[in-house]
Ligand binder design. Sequence first.
Ligand code: MF3
Ligand code: CO
Length: 256
Amino acid sequence: MAIIIKSNEEIKLMQIAGDVVARTHELIEKYAKPGVTTKELDTIAADYIRSRGAIASFLGYEGAFGAGKYPGSVCLSINEEVIHGIPSLRKLKDGDILSVDIGAYINGYHGDAARTLCIGNVSEEDRKLVEVTKQSFFEGIKMAKEGNHLYEISAAIEAYVVSHGFSIVRDYVGHGVGKNLHEAPEIPNYRVPRRGPKLQRGMVLAIEPMVNIGTWEVEVLDDLWTVVTCDGKKSAHYENTIAITDGEPEILTMVH
Ligand code: MF3
Ligand code: CO
């Protein structure tokens, strides 16, 4: 599948989707405290996204393995849960880490971003996991320049993560984003022995490292959605939607 190049007008529309996602993240961060349930956070996100005239991208998304439609508005994954955690009556507790993944659709385009939040007092190791995961995204996008090749981003992410003693999830990858939530290309967060497509201005990419403390291996729970680490050790996620320009990449899912 070819990578769809967006015009400047389309990128302006994607900035709006990105702003909805970024501000939803800010709101969730305020409410994500010990005692709150992930369902309550999902409702807060859903209400805000709707108030902006947008639609939650993930609600009703058709899953793999016959999982059916995703039942939440956002994904909320605690501790050893890597991604696709379903909002529930489970309460956050002191020392948890919570991965929050949010997508919003407005004016015909999606924005997609994830953060991992520290709930109360988090161990030194877990705090480092969260920090390294975030920074690996920024190391990756240093390569996100017109004329470079896509897998230079992938290699930079992996090099940074591995240098800090953590592992990279291999079963899930980043992706192009636009009129569809998932477009070409797939964007691994690990080195592959090829260069990949050449980056061009107007490409819009969701770069999303998922980083584990222990093994990189993951499995899907019986709910057919929640992805967990095989060793039960913690995992973090960080994602932004970016646009390739003729200079620095533009991050669409951060508040400017
Ligand atoms: N940010 C995730 C992704 O890019 C979210 C998909 S969750 C789903 O791929 F529920 F929509 F599947
Ligand atoms: Co994504």
